[in-house]
Design a protein around this ligand. Structure first.
Ligand code: MG
Length: 362
């Protein structure tokens, strides 16, 4: 089914009998293949496309859109995410969507794992609720869209020549995020630095395996104008990260070590901040909770994303006025985004003023 048919199906199904009440609620799940502009390499994988799960929740003539990008690290794929959503179809069709917090608590209780599937449900419900209330989601959360941070643009791991080319292509972005964590860290950073003096943020994706190596690399990165380092060591090496933190000057941000709100207190002295992603947390509600808990503990907050369409990235962007750092460029890395939502102007996230997520067809 192409996107147009998918949207039409979401809007009209199920077919209402003549003279009946407005169409009852419906849910459509669909796996979308998103094509990457560049082959995307991190310490974890290399790929030319990503499949994400899309959910359309329709009721009262309003359609809410949600998306989740499955994360291999959490043993998910698009099909398992789709099955997770289908497993709670009955609950979602019978529930009152205005009781979204109660509904999502029940979804979390019934569905083990499958964070991307849960995120797709949560985002679709919140998009629907925002449209029903006639307000953008940032207004629902009490935020000022002028407070959005700059987003970084990510440079995946590649040869020095292609790294230089990608850095030049990112000319509009005032801050870059560079992926490291393989044997090529120094040539990668030197390639970026050979074409730009911009501030850099670096993500090692758990790529360094011992604490001395991490200290050496982080202190070198600081000299190269790097603002902070994300997940230098494997997630479970919290004690070693604490040791590293005592020997470096730039902030250390937890990503793989921090999936949900309940994990944040134990990270407090090992990390300066946390990278929150809707695909990890299971949606906007848990992401909001994570941001508030991190702030209460005096930690820095960041919103990140996976490679995904404008549905998921726009959802995260609605929370971005709350955070210190944003890395919300997953939709900019693909060539077939079916939606338009948040825009980026000279690195600044620009939220749509329309109700809910504020999405439009591309
Ligand atoms: Mg990361």
């Amino acid at each position: 089914m192409n996107r147009r048919n998918f949207l039409m199906a979401a809007a009209v199904a199920p077919v209402a009998p003549a003279l009946a009440a407005p169409p009852g609620p419906s849910i459509e799940t669909k796996i979308l293949r998103l094509n990457l502009q560049h082959t995307w390499t991190t310490t974890m994988s290399s790929s030319q496309y990503r499949d994400t799960l899309h959910v359309a929740y329709a009721r009262d003539g309003i359609t809410g859109h949600g998306e989740g990008a499955p994360i291999v690290r959490y043993h998910e794929d698009a099909e398992s995410a789709r099955k997770a959503v289908e497993s709670v179809r009955g609950l979602l069709l019978s529930a009152n969507p205005m009781q979204f917090a109660k509904v999502m608590a029940e979804v979390f209780r019934r569905v083990p794992g499958e964070w991307a599937g849960k995120a797709a449900i949560d985002i679709a419900l919140m998009d629907w609720v925002g449209q029903k209330l006639g307000i953008p989601l940032y207004t629902y959360f009490g935020l000022d869209p002028k407070d959005t941070p700059l987003t970084t643009f990510s440079i995946g791991i590649d040869t020095p020549e292609i790294t230089k080319q990608k850095t030049r292509e990112a000319a509009d972005f005032p801050i870059l995020k560079v992926k490291v964590g393989l044997a090529t860290d120094e040539p990668t950073i030197e390639a970026v630095r050979s074409v730009t003096k911009k501030p850099l943020r670096v993500d090692a994706n758990e790529g360094w395996k011992d604490k001395e190596e991490a200290v050496r690399k982080i202190n070198w990165l600081e000299k190269m104008g790097v603002e902070f380092i994300e997940q230098p060591l494997p997630a479970e090496m919290i004690e070693e990260t604490r040791w590293v933190r005592g020997r470096v000057h730039i902030p250390i941000i937890a990503d793989e070590a921090c999936q949900r709100a309940s994990e944040i207190p134990k990270l407090k002295d090992a990390f300066d901040g946390v990278n929150v992603k809707l695909d990890k947390s299971g949606g906007l509600l848990e992401a909001y909770r994570m941001i508030q808990i991190a702030k209460a503990l005096g930690m820095k907050t960041m919103l990140g994303c996976m490679v995904s369409s404008s549905v998921s990235v726009t959802a995260a962007a609605h929370l971005s006025p709350l955070v210190d750092y944003a890395d919300l460029d997953g939709n900019l890395l693909i060539s077939n985004d079916p939606f338009r939502g948040v825009l980026v102007e000279k690195g600044k996230l620009v939220l749509p003023g329309r109700a809910g997520l504020g999405l439009r067809g591309a």
